[in-house]
Structures are given as structure tokens and as C-alpha cells.
Write a protein that binds this ligand. Structure first.
Ligand code: 5AD
Ligand code: SF4
Length: 453
């Protein structure tokens, strides 16, 4: 931890907080845990950032736009009377830029990395004395040993981080630098957290990790277990109806995990398995350590285990040196895989990564055009997937209110959103619905009324 006494200024006393998370689901999880910890310390969650004494910006560094957003957000925290709340920058921008943030944005009081946010209360105390508080350590003692146990949850679907960091070093990616080396949380800790979430009203848990399927640990009997073993153990928790996991790396997709998709009832038929590019030449330059063929072969085995599985992925267009031919190969792999939804991005050079120094950077106009073509194809596939559910019956978990009176929005096992009018139902209910129509992004359903016995 370091402090800088040159930039003293009076700060609000810090009784209410507002946490805003950007980027991936792991950041959402971290943001929730920071909030739970601050509440545990006696602070109140504020509805808006305008009312909060402390604003935590939990940032993402994965692409340029995400990082730039932080600085414009910091600027917007200045209030009409010229004052600012206490400002903490957390997450991967904090980790990557550290001290630089205080230089660029002097109104920032606290900078805290993703492995150090359990020290936020101490950092707040330092900031209250008018010192800058910066902590981007990756301490050997885990934050999970210190964070309070999970309280009652506001939503029926919760995230649970089981694995952090990455050892894969894809040449475009900052994650190995901002999140550190791969670590798996211990078995017992995860099972306890899952039980606490279910006791707090959660029905669906999404296990999170940068490479979640690389998770491994000993179980309570001292046996080595992979993610499939953990999923089977969580499946035995009463009241936990649905289990999901994300994000997976093709090289860690074990047969055990694939088999779990055919015989673990609560494991949902959805797999997010990024391929990034359809060209073996580009995959090699990306240091992905799998090929298009090995990726498609995994999908085949997954579909054999669970024929109705919905597939999702991530794509980068315009990686340095990507030719028209390489890009056509990406469209080809999309056609072969047939996704229910997918995420696609223009390549963004990240300082300190090997790809940022490659001298074959692609022109922005070419990236724009490629992204448009890729997204058109992915949108088409998503709409097709949704249309196949039209006319079918399925079960949804209600997650939020809809815009219309009596309308609720829930998710199918395949993670598609369904809008349904169900005035007597409430968030957290599992409902049997008939799908009446399909749109490009969501479905309309109606309640299936059970006959009275
Ligand atoms: N540029 C563009 N996209 C990136 N991703 C990761 N790093 C970059 C980058 N430098 C994408 C990958 C990854 C997802 C989380 O973000 O597709 O799977
Ligand atoms: Fe980044 Fe590659 Fe690790 Fe995913 S596997 S977090 S893309 S380095």
C-alpha cells in the first residue's frame, strides 16, 4: 500500500456508497462483494451516485474504450457545487495504471486492484485523512479469507467466482497481467458460499473464472477434482435449481465436464467457449494453443453429450496481420459452429501485450467492415436459434420486472430472455411457459396454467 501526502484535500465522511461495475461478470461479482463488505462495515448502499459519499468505479481494461470510459466517468462525478464524493477506482484499470490514475485524475482518492479490494475499509480511512491510498498488491493471503459471508441476495441468479487469473497469455490480452496467475478457490469455500447464496434466496448460480474450466482443487475427502466434480457437488444442494459456468478455454474442456452436460440435471444446456478467430495462422499468432479443427471437434462432442446445447463464443476481428482470407475463415467457423449468441470485438492494442507491438496492425475501416459482417451473421444465427423455440414449452426463472403492467422477464435454460404477463408470479419463481413468438433478442411467452388436481 502506498500513500501520497502531497495532494491532501477534505473528503466527505463516507457513510453511503455506490459501486458501479464495468466489463465482465467477474467484475460484477467483485462489485457485489465490495458492496456487501461496505454494508458490513456499517455503510449504506445508495440508489444513485449523486447521493453517495463514496463512489467506487470498478473498471475494465480489456479494450481501449472500456478504459477511456473511466476517465470520463470520473469527470462526471463532479457535482454542481464543485464538490466530489470520495472516489475509488477499482478493477483492472486500477491494477494496470495504478499511480498514473491519480496523476491523470487528481480527484481520485483511492486506487485498488482486483486482488486487494478486501482492504477497501483501510484505504477509505487513509483517504479520510486526506492522503491518496493506492493498493495494487497481489497479496498471498486471499481476499476470500477476509470478505464477509454472503448475505441475502437481491436476485434469484447469482455469480460465484471459483477461479481467477490466467496463465494462457493470449498475445492480445491484458488479463494475465491485471488479474495475475491462475488460482482456484478451495472446494469447501465454494460449497459454503454456494449454500449461503441458496439460503439467501438464490436459485441459479453461475460459476465464474477467467478460465473457469481450469478450476481444480481437492474435495473434502482429499480427492483431486475438476470443475465437473465441483458441479456435481453443487448439484446436490437442495434449492439450487440451475448451475452455469463461464468463461471456458477450449484446451481445458475435459470429457468429464462434457459428460456433466448429459447427466447433471441442474447444469444448464449452455456453453460459452470462445474461439476468437477461424484462422489457424491467426490463432497461432494469438497464442491460443488450439486449432479450428480441435475447437470444432470439442463442439461435436459437446453436442453429442447434450444435443440441445446453446453455444456462445467470443471473436476478435482485425488482429494484427489478419487478411481477408483469415477473416473469411472466421465467418466459416461461425457457420460451422452455429451459435445461439456471441460477442465480437474489434482488436484493441493493449499496452504491454505482445500483439500491441506487432507491426501489422489493421486499419480501423477494415475492422469496422469485418465486425459488421461478422455481427450480421451472428445476429442471424441468434434469431434462428430464438425462432426454433417458437411454439415450444419451456421453463423460465423469473429475474426481473418487465416494462408493461404485470410483465416479468425470465430466462430459459438456454439463457434466452422471455417476456411473460404473469401478474400473480414474482421474481425468483420458476414458471412453465409456452413460447408464442420469437424476436431477434428475446421471446414472448404465456403462462401454462396447470389444471387443478
Ligand atoms: N482486443 C479486443 N478484444 C479483446 N478481448 C480480449 N482482449 C482483447 C483485445 N485486446 C476479447 C476476447 C475475450 C473477451 C473477454 O474480450 O474475445 O474472449
Ligand atoms: Fe485473456 Fe486468453 Fe487468458 Fe482468456 S485465455 S483471459 S483471452 S489470456
Amino acid at each position: 500500500m502506498s500513500t501520497d501526502s502531497k495532494t491532501k484535500k477534505p473528503l466527505n465522511s463516507g457513510k453511503s456508497y455506490y459501486v458501479k461495475s464495468f466489463g465482465c461478470q467477474m467484475n460484477v461479482y467483485d462489485g457485489e462483494r465490495m458492496g456487501e463488505m461496505l454494508s458490513d462495515q456499517g455503510m449504506q448502499a445508495s440508489e444513485t451516485r449523486e447521493d453517495a459519499d463514496l463512489v467506487v468505479l470498478n473498471t475494465c481494461h480489456i479494450r481501449e474504450k472500456a478504459a477511456e470510459k473511466v476517465y470520463s466517468d470520473i469527470g462526471r462525478l463532479r457535482r454542481k457545487d464543485g464538490s466530489t464524493p470520495m472516489i475509488a477506482v477499482a478493477g483492472c484499470v486500477a491494477q494496470a495504471e495504478g499511480q498514473e490514475i491519480s496523476r491523470r485524475a487528481p480527484s481520485v482518492d483511492i486506487v485498488v486492484g482486483p486482488q486487494a479490494y478486501h482492504r477497501l475499509p483501510e484505504l477509505i480511512n487513509t483517504a479520510k485523512t486526506g492522503h491518496k491510498a493506492i493498493d495494487t498488491d497481489m497479496p498471498p493471503n486471499s481476499k476470500f479469507d477476509v470478505l464477509p459471508s454472503r448475505p441475502k441476495q437481491p436476485r434469484p441468479s447469482a455469480f460465484l467466482t471459483v477461479q481467477e487469473g490466467c496463465d494462457k497469455f493470449c498475445t492480445y490480452c491484458v488479463v494475465p497481467y491485471t488479474r495475475g496467475a491462475e488460482i482456484s478457490r478451495p472446494w469447501g469455500e465454494i460449497v459454503d458460499e454456494a449454500k449461503a447464496l441458496v439460503d439467501g434466496g438464490v436459485k441459479e448460480i453461475t460459476l465464474l473464472g477467467q478460465n473457469v474450466n481450469a478450476w481444480e482443487s481437492e474435495d473434502d475427502k482429499g480427492h483431486r477434482q475438476g470443475l465437473d466434480g465441483l458441479i456435481r457437488a453443487l448439484d446436490r444442494i437442495d434449492g439450487l435449481e440451475r448451475i452455469r459456468y463461464t468463461t471456458s478455454h477450449p484446451n481445458d474442456m475435459t470429457q468429464g465436464l462434457i459428460d456433466a452436460h448429459s447427466n447433471v440435471a441442474s447444469l444448464m444446456p449452455y456453453l460459452h467457449l470462445p474461439v476468437q478467430s477461424g484462422s489457424n495462422r491467426i490463432l497461432k499468432a494469438m497464442n491460443r494453443s488450439h486449432t479450428v479443427e480441435s475447437y470444432l471437434e470439442i463442439l461435436e462432442r459437446v453436442r453429442t453429450a447434450r444435443p440441445d446445447i446453446a453455444l456462445s463464443g467470443d471473436f476478435i476481428v482485425g488482429f494484427p496481420g489478419e487478411s481477408d482470407e483469415d477473416f473469411e475463415a472466421t465467418l466459416e467457423v461461425v457457420r460451422a459452429a452455429n451459435y445461439s449468441q456471441a460477442f465480437s470485438f474489434k482488436y484493441s492494442p493493449r499496452p504491454g501485450t505482445p500483439a500491441a507491438d506487432m507491426d501489422t496492425q489493421i486499419a480501423p475501416e477494415i475492422m469496422d467492415e469485418r465486425l459488421q459482417r461478422l455481427q450480421a451473421l451472428l445476429n442471424e444465427q441468434q434469431f434462428d436459434f430464438n425462432r426454433k423455440l417458437d411454439g415450444k414449452n419451456t421453463r423460465i426463472l423469473l429475474e426481473r420486472q418487465g416494462k408493461k403492467d404485470g410483465q416479468l422477464v425470465g430466462k430459459t435454460p438456454w439463457l434466452t430472455s422471455v417476456h411473460v404477463i404473469a401478474p400473480d408470479a414474482k421474481i425468483g419463481d420458476m414458471l412453465d411457459v409456452h413460447i408464442d413468438s420469437a424476436g431477434p433478442n428475446s421471446l414472448q411467452g404465456s403462462l401454462i396454467r396447470r389444471k387443478a388436481a
